[in-house]
Ligand binder design. Structure first.
Ligand SMILES: CC(C)(COP(=O)(O)OP(=O)(O)OC[C@H]1O[C@@H](n2cnc3c(N)ncnc32)[C@H](O)[C@@H]1OP(=O)(O)O)[C@@H](O)C(=O)NCCC(=O)NCCS
Length: 156
């Protein structure tokens, strides 16, 4: 919770929110609620990306349920200040290892970037994820219909 204000300031950027689901927090009070949930809920794994001592982004994993219980979805974002330096690629590689260790049942981690999100797709490819599927115009974001890409990596 000490990171609340920093996180909310770094996240307050339409270029970030425009690539996330509509539930991505867009105010201090929504971040407070989300972090409270992320800290207390043992089912999700959400951590800050700390750069020079500041929480400057986030990455999380949510295990799926029922017949999909061996799968987990990953999501992430980084302050625009630090884009294009290879940081998220490094974070994703490390986070995947941490996640497989923390959730011994999980066999597959997937992410669902929008088709227009070239940098996130590049991150996933560089981190060893394989493109498994492309769904045409399944996303409705900011008034536009977008394709959805599914990338996944499997436990070795
Ligand atoms: C996606 C995001 C996390 C990337 O973080 P980052 O630290 O800048 O990523 P990296 O620097 O590790 O890698 C980005 C790659 O995209 C490439 N890239 C960016 N824009 C590109 C473009 N228009 N065309 C081709 N490649 C592009 C970069 O060149 C880099 O690849 P390289 O290292 O081979 O040159 C960051 O941009 C972000 O937070 N975006 C908003 C939120 C978001 O999209 N979250 C993910 C939702 S699925």
């Amino acid at each position: 919770m000490d990171d609340l204000e920093q996180v909310s300031q770094h996240a307050d950027n339409p270029k970030i929110a425009g690539n996330m689901s509509d539930s991505f927090p867009d105010s201090l009070s929504k971040w407070e609620r989300f972090l409270g949930f992320a800290i207390n809920d043992k089912q999700i794994f959400y951590i800050a990306i700390e750069i020079n001592g500041q929480a400057s982004g986030g990455i999380g994993l949510k295990p799926c349920e029922d017949v999909h219980r061996y799968n987990a979805e990953m999501g992430y974002w980084l302050s625009e200040k630090y884009w294009g330096k290879g940081i998220m690629t490094e974070v994703v590689i490390e986070f995947v290892q941490l996640s497989f260790h923390r959730f011994p049942d999980i066999r597959r981690i997937f992410a669902r970037p929008f088709g227009t999100n070239i940098s996130s797709r590049a991150v996933l490819e560089k981190a060893g994820f394989k493109l498994e599927a492309r769904f045409e115009k399944t996303i409705f974001k900011n008034g536009k219909l977008l394709d959805e890409y599914i990338y996944a990596i499997r436990r070795k």
